[in-house]
Design a protein around this ligand. Structure first.
Ligand code: NAD
Length: 447
């Protein structure tokens, strides 16, 4: 649904009134177009003394075709500010953040990017652990201060995973991460050797087979489109009642349609059979299908509880067990869940939904070590307010609050969720495991 307020802010009256009344001014976000430059402007790269990533990051930036500056230049307008904070081992050294960012933060361009790299605090000891934990407060606050669609993220890189950072750096700098803001991403040591650059960054999923559930419309259809754009053969799945829309999506992307209710008792077997017989396995499984049955707990029937839990969580667990046990999910496979910020913050009238979506986060936590052994990865996205039929049906006041109460002051688009999923699916993201990244424009809900 069109964001009428955002449209109003672009009219002559809106441009006059919005700043004078101190109203939210949602920026136009730069979104990915094939062939567009990686960044609008050079990247300034800096490091705290003793950092272990600066050289690798410099090489990766250059390989994307980004102009890399190692010190501020006159009145340059930066596309990105990238800072290696892994050298910060003492809390007093946190002033390196101020030293690097203070002189240049106002020179970041529209939809610019700030990416800070650190060490996972849980892998650090003593005072380094304190200092590294502190980076989170810095990046999350910066995300809230940046204007005109610029975003800030923190990436924790385990020692030994330095070379496994390229797919994440590319994603965060690109317009593909338009609605990801204020996030903390972890890159571990499992999967590092597999984290090779794909033959083509334009088609990283060439030769791969992907499953997207709930793909006849909304976010699922966008995920299917993006994975197909990235070269995958995509099998789109939905309930039989959505058959016509499902076929249309499959035709549009040159994929296949599979009509199946994922809550059916034989659904895991049918999935395993389908992929084994037709494709010899599956590489990417996206559990996007989801339902809501909103009521406050006192009014919530057992049926409405069960319906939500079974689609949003239990069916996914059963499918994962089957696909993993039978090695239908191939080595290097990806399982990707779709949680929600309701699963992080809770939401009035959504005890069932939030339980299921928090359960998806639990699913990622529980299965990440098993996937690392498989080998493969499991991660989830947690969308915030995304412009879909589901959110168009939300009462107008709640809808407006949902859109505006975020650093980017607008709803996201289904493609924003899809691009984040495509980053997880990228073969070069093999060391990105066990993450839940919010695609929410840094919504204040649960932040
Ligand atoms: P949607 O209702 O438009 O699409 C969900 C799809 O899942 C539908 O096509 C539906 O037919 C399918 N589905 C439902 N039950 C199924 C079953 N038993 N078997 C197979 N398919 C089934 O919803 P959407 O807005 O596109 O949301 C997609 C996902 O994103 C959901 O998991 C949702 O909870 C999550 N999410 C959405 C938002 C948002 O703002 N729209 C925010 C947070 C999370």
């Amino acid at each position: 649904m069109a964001d009428r307020y955002q449209q109003f802010t672009r009219t002559p009256v809106g441009r006059f009134l919005v700043p004078r009344l101190g109203l939210p001014n949602p920026p136009t976000l730069r979104r990915y177009q094939p062939g567009q430059p990686a960044l609008d402007g050079p990247a300034l790269l800096g490091a705290a003394p003793g950092g272990r990533l600066e050289k690798t990051l410099g090489g990766q930036l250059a390989s994307v075709g980004i102009e890399v500056l190692c010190s501020p230049v006159g009145d340059a307008r930066y596309g990105a500010l990238v800072f290696d904070a892994t050298g910060i081992t003492e809390p007093a050294q946190l002033r390196e953040l101020h030293r690097f960012f203070h002189p240049v933060i106002r020179k970041i361009g529209p939809s610019g990017r700030v990416v800070v790299f650190g060490t996972p605090p849980e892998l650090a000891e003593g005072r380094e652990r304190i200092a590294q934990r502190a980076l989170e407060g810095f990046t999350r606050s910066l995300g809230k201060e940046l204007k005109r669609g610029a975003t800030a993220q923190l990436v924790h890189v385990a020692a030994g995973a330095e070379e496994a950072t390229e797919s994440t750096l590319r994603f965060l700098l690109s317009a593909k991460s338009a609605f990801v803001d204020g996030q903390v991403i972890g890159i571990g040591t499992a999967g590092v050797t597999e984290a090779q650059a794909p033959p083509s960054w334009e088609a990283p999923l060439a030769g791969k087979v992907a499953l997207v559930t709930g793909a006849s419309r909304g976010i699922g259809a966008a995920i299917a489109e993006v994975l197909a754009r990235d070269g995958a053969h995509v099998v789109v799945l939905d309930i039989p009642a959505q058959g016509a829309d499902l076929s249309a999506v499959a035709n549009d992307i040159g994929g296949s349609a599979l009509q199946l209710d994922i809550t059916a008792e034989d659904a895991p077997d049918r999935l395993a059979g389908y992929f084994t017989e037709r494709h010899g396995g599956v590489d990417v499984v996206v559990h996007n299908a989801g339902v809501t049955r909103d009521k406050t707990l006192g009014n919530l029937t057992e049926g409405a509880w069960d319906a939500v839990l079974s689609v949003n969580l239990l069916a996914q667990l059963a499918a994962n067990d089957k696909l993993l046990a039978g090695n239908v999910l191939r080595a290097g496979g990806r399982i990707i869940g779709v949680s929600s910020i309701a699963g992080i913050a809770g939401n009035l009238g959504q005890t069932n939904y939030a339980t299921s979506k928090a359960g998806v986060i639990g699913m990622v936590d529980e299965a990440a070590p098993r996937l690392a052994e498989h080998p493969g990865t499991i991660n989830a996205v947690a969308p915030g307010f995304i412009e879909t039929k589901m959110t168009a049906a939300v009462p107008v006041v709640i809808r407006e609050v949902g859109r505006r109460l975020s650093s980017l002051a607008q709803g996201g688009l289904p493609v924003d969720v899809a691009e984040t999923i495509a980053w997880y699916a990228n073969p070069a993201s093999s060391a990105v495991n066990g993450n839940v990244v919010r695609v929410c424009g840094q919504a204040f809900l649960g932040a």
